[in-house]
Design a protein around this ligand. Structure first.
Ligand code: UTP
Length: 343
């Protein structure tokens, strides 16, 4: 949506001038869904400052105070995450921002996902359907012990790669190695220019295939891996299915406990020792499994998409900006709008 893009650009300029220049950032980058082609309306705006040799936690604390003094709302720092994040809301644009420092791998995975989103509009719409479903069913919030939106994007793409609907872009002869914090990562991928999706593919077949695949996925033995074109065996990575299981813990009434990694294992495409399921809690894992089975079953019963995505806890969306009924008129002159009105 054009108006959201221009609000994001204005905010990015503001952050560059007021925070970036103050802390000698050499670059200020958008990443995540606003830059990878799989963005949804009202998604968080992910911004990364590149500051050589930064002490991330210390700087995040300083930035927190500056943003508060600028009138930003709900400013809070998440310092115990793998990459510390400063969250805030800009009251002028209404945008919710996740600000991080030197989150270099995220910039690379944004580029990879962007290459996938450029393959076809059908692929973009399919991935957004899966993210939309997960958001509305309340299973895409790592803070609540469920998968991140990024993990759902990888799961969605993995289905297409494994079914050979799209190529595995990381299956390439090119080698681009980067060093980040002393470790080396292979961030190579291809960007095919002439890819055409088969005409038999429909969005509903992709979405129902997604639910069928993960409703019957062998989580006990397999790790989801787009890098490897579908999956890797757990023992190949030494990511063993850890005990106790979510069900055992549920029986002990420990529903909010964290599970630790490797329960519903999903490998990061570039950071191969990062398991995206490490954020899952007992109730989070069980909700993810139940929701996938619920959706697969509803597809089988020919239920419609609105029913499948029926919003859980609608109060979560209360402060979201309402749809702009006049968005197509905003960029027109008053005279053009008057002319349209008289037609
Ligand atoms: P999000 O989970 O917010 O994904 O992670 P998103 O696609 O932007 O979600 P919406 O549309 O706003 O809901 C944001 C970015 O952070 C990086 C990825 O680049 C991702 O796109 N990220 C996130 C990681 O690199 N690793 C993670 O474990 C999580």
């Amino acid at each position: 949506h054009k108006s959201e893009k221009s609000r994001k650009n204005r905010l990015l300029n503001h952050i560059t001038k007021s925070i970036g220049s103050k802390f000698n950032a050499v670059d200020v980058i958008q990443f995540g869904s606003s830059a990878n082609g799989f963005g949804m309306k009202n998604g968080d705006f992910d911004i990364c400052l590149i500051i050589p040799d930064a002490n991330q936690r210390q700087l995040i604390k300083k930035m927190k105070n500056i943003l508060r003094s600028q009138g930003m709302e709900d400013v809070h720092a998440i310092l115990n995450a793998k990459v510390p994040i400063l969250k805030f809301k800009d009251p002028r644009s209404g945008l919710k921002v996740d600000l991080s420092i030197n989150n270099s791998l995220a910039n690379y995975n944004t580029k990879l996902l962007n290459a996938y989103s450029n393959l076809s509009e059908l692929i973009r719409n399919y991935v957004i359907c899966i993210k939309y479903w997960a958001l509305h069913r309340n299973i895409s919030e790592p803070r609540n012990g469920t998968f991140s939106s990024y993990a759902w994007t990888l799961l969605a793409l993995n289905h297409l790669i494994e079914e050979k609907v799209i190529p595995n872009l990381q299956d390439t002869e090119n080698k681009t190695l980067v060093e980040i914090d002393g470790a080396e990562f292979d961030v190579s991928f291809d960007e095919p220019k002439d890819f055409k999706i088969s005409e038999d593919v429909t969005i509903s077949s992709l979405v129902s295939g997604f639910f069928m695949k993960y409703a019957t996925w062998d989580w006990k033995n397999k790790v989801v891996s787009i890098r490897n074109g579908g999956s890797v065996q757990r023992d190949e990575k030494s990511w063993m299915d850890e005990e106790p299981s979510a069900l055992d813990l549920l029986n002990l009434e420990k529903i909010d406990s964290k599970l630790g990694p490797h329960h519903l294992a999903v490998e990061d495409p570039f950071e191969h020792d990062h398991d995206l399921s490490s954020v899952l809690s007992v109730i989070g894992e069980l909700s993810v499994r139940n929701e996938i089975i619920r959706a697969a079953k509803m597809f089988g019963e020919n239920k419609n998409w609105a029913e499948i995505c029926e919003t859980v806890m609608p109060e979560r969306f209360q402060d979201m900006e309402p749809e702009d009924l006049f968005h197509d008129l905003r960029s027109k002159s008053t005279k053009d709008v008057e002319n349209l009105k008289s037609k």
